[in-house]
Design a protein around this ligand. Structure first.
Ligand SMILES: Cc1ncc(C[n+]2csc(CCOP(=O)(O)OP(=O)(O)O)c2C)c(N)n1
Length: 178
């Protein structure tokens, strides 16, 4: 499992439970560079051929490394890419809510149709809009032998504080460094 910067990092860190021995969970914590998950999946494939790779990332992240979909497609890397499509830089928007009195600046954008972008690069793509569609979509994605892009229409989550300790402290009125 490889989760990108942005809210995929804290949510996955908080809620993911790995049950298979030898499973790995990777996040770009040192610098938190957005656009990490898709190229990291390519690297992980060569580091551990045969591993079932799953990339988790937001639409802001996709904007930074969408071109790497071509690499996955050309090399036929059988990763499943789970794309959270919330039309916003959620991590930044949550920080603006916390520290700037919900004055939002340069964080929202239009969703477009990223499943078609992935198809344009030669990947199979599935669009998911509801929790029921999510179950069915994941089943379909994992039944495929090749790379699959799952576009998951999501809430912007700005009303939910992500599970980041220092943010929760700040929301509770405690002084912290960011
Ligand atoms: C290369 C790069 N540019 C900018 C940032 C700052 N940044 C951190 S999280 C984030 C927004 C993430 O948005 P998205 O990928 O859509 O995920 P979300 O937080 O909405 O789940 C940005 C712009 C960064 N970490 N790396």
């Amino acid at each position: 499992m490889i989760a990108d910067a942005g809210t995929p990092t804290p949510y996955t860190t908080c809620y993911l439970r790995l049950s298979q021995p030898g499973s790995r969970f990777i996040i770009p914590r040192a610098y938190g560079g957005l656009g990490y998950a898709i190229p990291a999946v390519v690297g992980a494939h060569f580091a551990r051929p045969g591993a079932q790779l799953i990339g988790l990332f937001g639409d802001g992240s996709l904007g930074m490394s969408a071109g790497e979909l071509e690499t996955l497609s050309r090399l036929k890397i059988p990763a499943k890419l789970l794309h959270f499509n919330n039309s916003t830089f959620g991590w930044i928007k949550a920080l603006q809510r916390l520290h700037s009195g919900a004055k939002y600046y340069s964080v929202d954008f239009t969703a477009g149709d990223p499943a078609r972008v992935a198809e344009g690069f030669g990947l199979k793509a599935i669009r998911v809009r509801t929790p029921d569609e999510l179950d069915a979509g994941l089943e379909k994605a994992f039944a495929e032998s090749g790379p699959v892009f799952v576009d998951i229409v999501s809430e912007p989550e700005v009303d939910q504080l992500p599970p980041v300790y220092s943010w929760q402290q700040a929301a509770a009125g405690h002084q912290t460094s960011r």
